[in-house]
Design a protein around this ligand. Structure first.
Ligand code: SAM
Length: 229
């Protein structure tokens, strides 16, 4: 039984994909997708010994060793050209960590540019969107869901012919999420707005010169208020 978060990522994986799931932990996502005949085969990559062993055990227990290769290694280095990977999922980590994994993959040419990227960062999504823009990726789809009082954003991206810039608001809120403004989106940003207002009132009480941070916070508050209107 997958978490709602991973289930939603799974729904966004293209039918028949050869999936590399990076930071796979128990290999839950690839195992579920193989069992449901959604994907052709998968690589479960893990850099830490414990989660790598958990992934190996689950795949062996479910008799899925033919369909899922569990490999130990850092980020995209577990991918071989001969795997012909068509989709890469990186979920449950911080946005900066996901960005660094993609960047190393880009520098070492592990990213061919033909893969669909499915990215679910726990925090720091704007950082990730900025990297995607800088490397000519286009955000084709996004979703935002809540599970156990937590809110998660999922980004689906593919490589474009040329750079497609995003506005400051699109980088912060997500270009697709901003268009849809669904219930969970509003819930997230109402909560963020309260946090920003708290930070602002703290800053305004400060005896130090924090004028630039005050202005920055005011701009953010204005941006969020505008979007929630
Ligand atoms: N992807 C699963 C999910 O979303 O439920 C597991 C998320 S878990 C919080 C993050 C996993 O990523 C950990 O098992 C960790 O060992 C792994 N990880 C972190 N950095 C990594 C890297 N550079 N390469 C491969 N795996 C990594």
């Amino acid at each position: 039984q997958l978490s709602r978060r991973l289930e939603r990522v799974g729904e966004l994986v293209p039918e028949g994909a050869v999936l590399a799931d990076i930071g796979s932990d128990h290999a839950y996502l690839p195992a579920n997708l193989i069992l449901n005949n959604k994907i052709t085969s998968a690589i479960a990559g893990e850099v830490v010994e414990g989660p790598f062993q958990s992934a190996k055990h689950l795949v062996a227990e479910l008799n899925l060793s033919k369909a899922i290769a569990v490999r130990k290694g850092d980020g995209l280095e577990v991918i071989k050209t001969s795997d012909n990977v068509t989709a890469i999922s990186i979920c449950g980590m911080g946005g900066a960590l996901i960005r660094d994994i993609l960047n190393r993959g880009h520098l070492t040419r592990k990213l061919s540019g033909r893969e669909v990227l499915l990215l679910q960062a726990n925090i720091g999504e704007p950082t990730l969107r900025q990297w995607l823009v800088n490397h000519n990726y286009i955000i084709d789809n996004e979703d935002i869901i809540s599970e156990n009082e937590k809110i998660y954003e999922i980004i689906v991206a593919t490589k474009a012919e040329e750079k497609i810039e995003l506005t400051a608001a699109e980088l912060l809120f997500g270009p697709v999420l901003l268009k849809e403004k669904n219930r969970v989106f509003k819930e997230k940003w109402q909560h963020e707005l309260k946090q920003y207002e708290n930070i602002l009132s703290q800053l305004e009480k400060s005896t130090k010169d924090v004028s630039s941070r005050i202005n920055e916070m005011k701009e953010k508050i204005e941006l969020v208020n505008e979007v929630l209107k």
